[in-house]
Design a binder for this molecule. Structure first.
Ligand code: ADP
Ligand code: MG
Length: 261
């Protein structure tokens, strides 16, 4: 268990009554969630329960049908003009997304670029950071993810765990206020999972705000401030890991966790 962090009052992420359907399929059925700055939230739940969709709604990769998502006080996909909400253009929406980092199951590094080039691409190309500054920060990030020696390697020369740590460094390179992880270790060979989780635990300790979808119960136990159990498009139960994981109240949470014992 990590030591309790001081968590300030104003939430960094607010989801209010979020609904999302794909055609007739009602995937998110009214999700309410506040995440405080520095908080680490782990989302658990069976396949198909809407976890990935919810993450994608937070950073507006999916539009929502009802409700609202605010990040750092700004409603995702909208701006306020004369007291009215105006839908953002795709470009403006992309700009708004830029302080949110996302790490996926498939790391999707650019195969023709070195590790360093992968990391500095967005800061230089999208954020206009000077090359020297972006490069210095990339080396700092490679140190944080334990890959100082790999700056000039190509993705194919790295193990899956190393590639995923590069993907994490790449997401951090834009200095995001919020990091979203969608099953970051699910595509890895079992022996490579630990190194990625260790990197994520370090980030959690350093006070990064993180929302992590994972089936790694051990990570949830050690790194999460709060665990959320989703099922059927609802948040069924949530609380500190010491409660949810040890003494779940809802039968669906109990049934889900029973699989991991
Ligand atoms: P989880 O991440 O919890 O496994 P998802 O959010 O990926 O669940 O998916 C929830 C449901 O929504 C699933 O039934 C999935 O097939 C469906 N779904 C997800 N994305 C799409 C999409 N782009 N179009 C149609 N259906 C989708
Ligand atoms: Mg998913």
């Amino acid at each position: 268990m990590t030591a309790p962090r001081s968590i300030s009052a104003a939430p960094l992420v607010e989801a209010h009554g979020v609904h999302k359907s794909f055609g007739d399929l009602h995937v998110l059925k009214g999700i309410d969630l506040n995440v405080a700055p520095g908080e680490v939230v782990v989302i658990l739940g069976p396949s198909g329960s809407g976890k990935s969709t919810f993450l994608r709604c937070i950073n507006n990769l999916e539009s929502i049908d009802r409700g609202a998502v605010l990040v750092a006080g700004e409603q995702m996909g909208y701006r306020v003009h004369d007291g009215r909400l105006i839908k953002l253009s795709p470009d403006a929406a992309a700009r708004q997304r830029r302080n949110i980092g996302m790490v996926f199951q498939q790391f999707n590094l650019y195969p023709h670029m070195t590790v360093l080039q992968n990391i500095i691409e967005a800061p230089i190309g999208i954020h206009g950071v000077p090359r020297a500054e972006a490069t210095a920060y990339a080396h700092e990030l490679l140190r944080r993810v334990g890959l100082t020696q790999k700056a000039d390697a190509y993705p194919r020369q790295l193990s899956g765990g190393q590639q995923q740590r590069v993907a994490i460094a790449r997401a951090l390179a834009i200095r995001p206020q919020l990091m979203l992880f969608d099953e970051p270790t699910s595509a890895l060979d079992p022996e490579l999972v630990g190194e990625v989780l260790a990197t994520m635990r370090d980030l959690a300790r350093q006070g990064l705000t993180m929302i992590v979808v994972t089936h790694e119960i051990g990570f949830a136990k050690e790194a999460a401030d709060r665990v959320i159990f989703m099922d059927g498009g609802h948040i069924v139960e949530q609380g500190p890991p010491g409660e949810i994981l040890v003494n779940p109240q809802h039968p669906r949470t109990q049934a889900f966790l029973a699989r991991f014992i």
